[in-house]
Write a protein that binds this ligand. Structure first.
Ligand code: DOR
Ligand code: ZN
Length: 352
């Protein structure tokens, strides 16, 4: 079979993205909005988005940062703290402001200091979320410093996720940005109300990339990339056609000065090349025909939302990725910086 020169997909959604705030929001939002119809917006701002009012205001700021002709819908999330109130979450969900709530274990990652110190503190919240069908999105890493950083996701499954799912058998859960074979196996065997997002970067490189000829801060994200066997398990899961696995970029911009530092920030900004990056992986796996399920069908099905009406086009055309983008808040290095990709995003096509 000859390789296709063009791909048309139902317009995808990004089920996990960091759009930041202020000047960075204004600089980066369009990169996500031009490809994706909807996106689950992470709430780890300073201060975090914990209330319905804060989420409404943030949603307005996002919409103001994006050209309305892009027809982009931000889906907001609540940042869970030890003091999260079931009624506030339920009200936000009822009023169509919160699509889901995000569990950050305290100190697990960027702006997670206000996160949850012990998941058992969330019993009332999770009970309510289970009752109303509000999805729980989890950053799945333990923060126990006794646990090796590369083992923190696997430990989270055993210590937190599995027991929580047992206590709340009807809770809808998305295990975000999975990085291990253990997470793939766990989600595959779990009930249908458990899904997972997979990032383009965890499909692309393993932990060696962090140390290739020197320390490489632009490959640092959390959860950190693992061994090759885990990357291969992720590629298999993403391209399997299993509806539990869907697209979530975890695009997380930081200024280059915050990355190239004695204590560099975690996060990879992949929004400028998100679909191109996934297309690369699916093509390498001989699974281009399964890209649309992963990018555009499985997520809406999990969230109980309609599939998008528009389509997007990718064309086979060598595309050079800039080394940096000079954005207003400072330069940001994109995923695949300085490399050439085989696919180029060629825009949204609207029916009729
Ligand atoms: O690499 C990451 N960056 N992982 C996260 O969990 C948070 C994100 C960020 O906000 O920068
Ligand atoms: Zn994230």
């Amino acid at each position: 079979m000859t390789a296709p020169t063009e791909l048309e997909l139902i317009r995808p959604d990004d089920w996990h993205v960091h759009l930041r705030d202020d000047a960075m929001l204004v600089a980066v939002a369009t990169f996500t909005a031009r490809q994706f119809a909807r996106a689950i917006i992470m709430p780890n701002l300073k201060p975090p988005v914990t209330t319905v009012a804060a989420a409404r205001a943030y949603r307005e700021r996002i919409l103001a940062a994006v050209d309305p002709s892009l027809a982009f819908t931000p889906l907001m999330t609540a940042y869970l703290t030890d003091d999260a109130e079931p009624e506030e979450l339920a009200r936000g969900f009822r009023e169509g402001v919160f699509t889901a709530a995000k569990l950050y274990p305290a100190h697990a990652t960027t702006n997670s200091a206000a996160g949850v110190t012990d998941v058992r503190r969330l019993d009332r919240v999770l009970e309510r979320m289970q009752a109303i069908g509000m999805p729980l999105l989890v950053h799945g890493e333990v923060v126990d410093h006794q646990v090796d950083v590369f083992d923190r996701e696997a430990a989270f499954i055993e210590r937190v996720l599995a027991p929580t799912l047992e206590r709340f058998p009807g809770l809808r859960v998305v295990f975000e940005h999975i990085t291990t074979r253990q997470a793939v196996d766990f989600v595959t065997q779990a009930r249908p109300t458990v899904g997972a997002t997979i990032t383009p970067h965890h499909l692309e490189f393993n932990r060696n990339a962090l140390f290739e000829g020197g320390l490489r801060p632009h490959f640092y994200c959390l959860p950190v990339a693992k061994r090759e066997e885990h990357r291969l398990a992720l590629r298999k899961a993403a391209t399997s056609g299993n509806p539990k696995f869907f697209l979530g970029t975890d695009s997380a911009p930081h200024r280059v000065t915050d990355k190239e530092s004695a204590c560099g920030c975690a996060g990879i900004w992949n929004a400028p090349v998100a679909l191109e990056s996934y297309a690369k992986v699916f093509e390498e796996e001989g699974a281009l025909s399964r890209l649309e399920g992963f990018s555009s069908l499985h997520g809406p099905r999990f969230y109980g939302l309609p599939v998008n009406g528009e389509c997007v086009r990718l064309v086979r055309e060598p595309t050079a990725v800039p080394e940096r983008y000079p954005l207003a808040p400072g330069d940001v290095v994109p995923f695949h910086a300085g490399r050439q990709l085989a696919w180029r995003f060629a825009g949204v096509t609207r029916p009729g």
